[in-house]
Design a protein around this ligand. Structure first.
Ligand code: COS
Length: 382
């Protein structure tokens, strides 16, 4: 159920204050240390950020998609590494349980996910199954009242801290593609599950991705999420939703970069005047602002459609495609407007330029979004 407008405003004001007073001053330090301090994570927990999307009966804030995207926009104004601390709990790590979990699974896991006591990860990608995610090779062989999991997952966000994984694995080797895949809730402490090192990345230092290895991990049948063979559809519906959330974050980063550019262009003087007075700088600002406004409108309109019960597979893919490409262009223009200062580390612009690059890749590359948009458009007849 939607929040009343006053409560919504209060929530957004609180998040805005948290971003400007607590997160932004820590950005450079977090990037340097490649770690978000536990004390800040505790503050995020206290604000309810881990439970934005979890129903109220399980202790979450129960936001609808529009509200979640609005929070995502505000959070996007701080380094995206911060969001990653709670991003899997709000999105791909929890929504399988919210949408497809049994009452027992929900009661067991959602309260801990909402409070942040349980950190979650979504384990779909494998070395040989990236964009072609239906071809997962991790096996789940039924053995009495267990499934035995064997295989390896790659680039799994928050795996280092996760205590609960949503794992897509092939339960029927005779079925090709998504049809043979099931989803499982796999607690980290099951014997045979191990997590690899944190990968060195281009950006978003402070957020971590790891391999996850399964060697004869015995998962109780009651931990299967959805019916056997339905795991790929679980993953796709979780991603439909996740893509919308990410799009909101892209809008937030873009709005922040535009504000940073306006401030800098007003101060920086060349040829005896602030560079903001030059039309070529203004043109870059105008393009960035126009594109950010368009992305904001697309994201929020799609979120409202989803809240109204419409299928938004196409629109969520379009929002992800447009918003992630848009923030890449905005970040590129920001480096240009800042000039040399955009290229050196002190101003943080080059850091954001690197940080936003992953938005065009994870939760489905731009090219996969194009595939989805084209297919759905043809399915709908236009
Ligand atoms: N919602 C519900 N069901 C969906 C769905 C969705 N969004 N997308 C696909 N499905 C269903 C299809 O309807 C189909 O069901 P039937 O077999 O009953 O007809 C089944 O799933 C297989 O779908 P499809 O034939 O479209 O699978 P493909 O392998 O051709 O393509 C893409 C699927 C490419 C769209 C998918 O693999 C994908 O999104 N890849 C990117 C993965 C990704 O985002 N990875 C990031 C890692 S997670 S951070």
């Amino acid at each position: 159920m939607a929040l009343d407008l006053e409560t919504r405003q209060q929530l957004l004001d609180t998040v805005r204050r948290f971003v400007s007073e607590r997160l932004r001053p820590m950005e450079a330090q977090v990037a340097e240390d490649n770690a978000v301090p536990d004390s800040l994570v505790d503050e995020m927990k206290a604000l309810g950020l881990f439970g934005l999307s979890i129903p109220a009966e399980y202790g979450g804030l129960d936001l609808n998609m529009e509200e979640e995207c609005l929070v995502g926009i505000e959070i996007g104004k701080a380094s995206p590494a911060f969001r990653s601390s709670f991003g899997t709990n709000v999105g791909i790590g929890s929504q399988g349980v919210v949408m497809f979990g049994t009452p027992e699974q929900k009661a067991k896991y959602l309260p801990g996910i909402a409070s942040g006591d349980i950190i979650t990860s979504f384990a779909l990608t494998e070395p040989e199954a990236g964009s072609d995610s239906a071809s997962v090779q991790t096996r789940a062989i039924r053995d009495g009242d267990h499934y035995v999991l064997n295989g390896a997952k790659r680039y799994i966000t928050n795996a280092g801290k996760a205590s609960l994984f949503t794992v897509m694995a092939r339960s029927d080797p005779d079925k090709k593609g998504g049809a043979g895949v099931s989803a499982f809730l796999v607690p980290r402490d099951l014997p045979g599950l191990s997590v690899g090192k944190s990968e060195k990345k281009m950006g978003q230092q402070g957020a971590h991705i790891h391999d996850v290895i399964f060697e004869n991990v015995r998962v109780p049948v009651e931990n299967r999420l959805g019916a056997e063979g339905e795991g790929f559809k679980v993953a796709m519906q979780v991603l439909d939703r996740g893509r919308l959330h990410i799009s909101g974050v892209c809008v937030g980063v873009a709005e922040r970069l535009i504000a940073d550019c306006v401030a800098y262009a007003g101060e920086r003087k060349q040829f005896g005047q602030p560079i903001a007075s030059f039309q070529m700088i203004q043109a870059m600002l105008a393009d960035s602002k126009t594109e950010a406004l368009a992305a904001r409108a697309l994201v929020l309109e799609t979120a409202r459609k989803r809240d109204a019960g419409e299928n938004v597979t196409l629109e969520a893919a379009a929002a992800k495609l447009f918003a992630s490409e848009m923030v890449g262009r905005v970040a590129d223009r920001a480096v240009q407007i800042f000039g040399g200062a955009g290229y050196v580390a002190d101003y943080g612009i080059e850091r954001l330029y690197r940080d936003v690059r992953i938005f065009r890749i994870y939760e489905g590359t731009s090219q996969i979004q194009q595939v989805i948009i084209a297919r759905e458009t043809m399915k709908r007849g236009g």
